[in-house]
Design a protein around this ligand. Sequence first.
Ligand code: GLU
Length: 466
Amino acid sequence: MKQGEVRVRIAPSPTGYFHIGTARTALFNYLYALKTGGKFYLRIEDTDKERSEKKYEEDILEGMKWLGFTYEPEVLRQSERGEIYGKYVRKLLEAKKAYYCFCSKELLDKEREEQMAKKMPQVYSGRCRNLSEGEIEEKFAKGERAVVRIMTPLMEITFSDAIRGEVKFDTQYIGDFAIAKNADGKTLEALYHLAVVIDDYETNITLVIRGEDHLANTPKQILIQEALDLPRPEYAHLPLILDEKRAKLSKRFAATALSDYRKEGYLPEAMRNFLTLLGWHPVDDKEIFTLEEIAAEFTLERIQKGGAIFDGKKLRFLNAHYLRSKSDVELAGLLEIEVTEQNCKKIAAVKERMDTLSQFSILTDFFDALPEYPAERLIWKKSDKETTGKNLLKISEIFNTNNNFSQAKMAIETYAEEEGRGEVLWPLRVALSGKEASPGPIEIMEVLGLAESQERVKKALKNLGF
Ligand code: GLU
């Protein structure tokens, strides 16, 4: 490793779909690597065999790709590294910095209850700390299984967090925690904290940027580092993402899976922009930036300590902005529709009204098939049935006498100026779309063509009883 080289990582657990909070952590790590010219690693933390699933890992990889976050080619999977972890656990056992513990769940529960009653910290009592070699061998020979616990010295652990400043933990509340399980004297399964420490060490991670929910894990991981005499990386714990009532973000408030946003038709550039603002602030109040702009300005100092509120409206606003900045042809590509003149006209007609891609079909369905609508909808709020009918008859006549689009358009506009825009353009728009809200009538006519527009106006007249 080069002197001074920055190495960061994202270490998702594939126990659920790629979470929006993990995506934010990935982004901040990625930005930091971009800013410093450092390396960015992806590690799959699948030590929890029961809860980890391949489909979740695939979702994470897809999400990273969609967001455009590139990482170093060697992806670590903890499930493939059991032997490596085993070596470190054995080293700790040999150095008497860790020990086998055979206490049953019942015994541990009882101990915890007693501690609770005495208002003592609920940590492991250390009962198995002093088992002799002989006792251990005997238990293994009888087929008993053990966990391996690290010996935690009573002390205060202090570390400096780039966002939160100095953080202190008293180890009397941590106790001798397990670093491996299912030990039968020969094999064992490493547990989460141990795997994190070894992987960070073996990939030379210099800075751990992760969610605040991991803050309480840090002293445990530091204890393992110290027992193994490993260097300590720097830490930066990102603020929690909260809903508008300042509760932890949950599915009830907003989708928490990144893929849901992708399916809904959010653009990766909007999502990146949005996630950046979940805890980080630029020097000015600018809200819209490209990834390059953010990376240039990004510093850990500008990350807030307090919770970051998830503002769905802002996400839609940003998405609408990025959608509008696309050309019609680009949007056709994103919508996965053919680039025909007709489709481009449809896109142009609704682009300003879309804040997600999935709205396109809702906003344009009436082009292909006129929906049923109540006749009263044709009547503008300040008008009446008679005037509406009269105006639609006039429009129909314009269609009859002008077979060229721009002539028809001009004639309608002139008529609207004379009779009042609302009086003429409202019923025409409803006649063409059937909808309460839609693009303007001239834009719709452009997509439908004169013949179909005439058909729809005739239908409206019939609907009104003319
Ligand atoms: N696997 C943890 C998670 O998915 C991350 C652990 C870490 O970053 O150290 O939240």
